[in-house]
Design a protein around this ligand. Structure first.
Ligand code: NAP
Length: 328
């Protein structure tokens, strides 16, 4: 796989990033370590986790940490090969400072992540969700401290809109603090609500690294209208993925036709499509087996014709962009 620039960070990453949200349950430690090594051997150099990930046992406010511990064990002898991303800011306890983005919380969670990941630096440290109680300038002050201490190499945000990225760039410029280099948003051909933010990211050299480019598995072709979810799938085993409605099935089935015409599996097609979008740097795929990793890697090198892309736009259109522009 050809590596892509991770925004203005200077780092180069594979177009597929290994997501580790299922590490702990249902993916147990030994299997998870095999997946990490297999993914690295197949050319993936970018791995995403978070302080709160612990698989299906996760609930709002649970302690987390399991995914980071497993990943730390997996990469401890191959640390330099990995661009390692983790996050803070989602609730992981019931205390006042077990949630949110106060600098005290960010810096404490960073130290805990470093310990679990058995490393002394994070390549890309993310804010998981915006915190309504903490101004972005306060959040950025903690990132600047961590950056200066050498504990993080770059900082990114997740689930932020373009106006929030803009504010972060403005503060960084004013204070001479580190710039946001990456934006982790929910994005797939079925979920395009952040589409109009991509242009901003492209213009300001912010790499987009979306989560759920396979829409949790809906875009793999394994869920069929009128059939029960296959055994061992996310929909069968967890509450993380709900049965889609008729209208979504219409879109999935029509998309599958486009995949067939392109000579690709549905998974390969959904990933190849996402990689054609502006500022798209690396798709975080939550593979649960090595076979799924291999399928994702194939998708990253597939190409789609302009005609297919236009037909996909007609089928699952981007949101309207009503910005007034004078076209000369
Ligand atoms: N920043 C955030 O707020 C946020 C939120 C969520 C996730 N994330 C990150 O994004 C990553 C991906 O999220 P996700 O796992 O929810 O979404 P996803 O990548 O769209 O879905 C992954 C799931 O799809 C199924 N799958 C993958 N490849 C397949 C294949 N070739 N054939 C059949 N099924 C396949 C697997 O589930 P089954 O085999 O179990 O069906 C797998 O667990 C996470 O691991 C995490 O790192 C970030």
């Amino acid at each position: 796989m050809e590596l892509r620039r991770l925004g203005s960070s200077g780092m180069m990453v594979s177009p597929i990033c290994l997501g580790t949200m299922t590490f702990g349950s249902p993916v147990e430690k030994d299997d998870a370590i095999r997946i990490v090594h297999g993914a690295m051997d197949s050319g993936i150099n970018f791995i995403d986790t978070a302080n709160v990930y612990e698989g299906y046992s996760r609930f709002m406010g649970s302690a987390g940490g399991v995914s980071e511990e497993i990943l730390g064990a997996a990469i401890k002898d191959r640390r330099e090969e990995v661009v390692l991303a983790t996050k803070c800011g989602a609730p992981n306890g019931t205390g006042t400072h077990d949630m949110g983005l106060a600098p005290k919380t960010i810096l404490r969670e960073l130290d805990r992540s470093l310990q679990r990941l058995q490393t002394d630096y994070i390549d890309l440290y993310h804010v998981h969700w915006p915190d309504a109680q903490t101004p972005l300038e306060t959040v950025l002050s903690a990132m600047e401290t961590a950056y200066r201490q050498g504990k993080i190499r770059a900082f990114g945000v997740s689930n932020h809109f373009a106006w929030q990225l803009c504010e972060l760039l403005w503060i960084a410029d004013k204070r001479n603090w580190p710039k946001v280099v990456a934006s982790q948003i929910p994005f797939s051909l079925l979920r395009r609500d952040y589409q109009n933010d991509l242009e901003f990211c492209e213009k300001h050299d912010i790499g987009v690294t979306p989560w759920q480019a396979l829409q949790g598995g809906l875009l793999t072709g394994k869920y069929r209208r009128g059939h029960s979810a296959p055994a061992g799938s996310r929909m069968a085993d967890s509450s993380w993925l709900a049965e889609p409605g008729e209208e979504i099935y219409d879109k999935i089935e029509a998309t599958e036709e486009l995949a067939k015409e392109s000579g690709l599996s549905m998974t390969q097609y959904a990933l190849a499509w996402a990689l054609t979008q502006p500022a798209m740097t690396s798709l975080i795929v939550g593979a649960k087996s090595l076979g799924q990793v291999e399928e994702a890697v194939k998708g990253a090198s597939a190409t789609l014709s302009d005609e297919i892309l236009q037909r996909q736009d007609a089928l699952t259109p981007p949101p309207p962009n009503n910005a007034p522009v004078f076209n000369r």
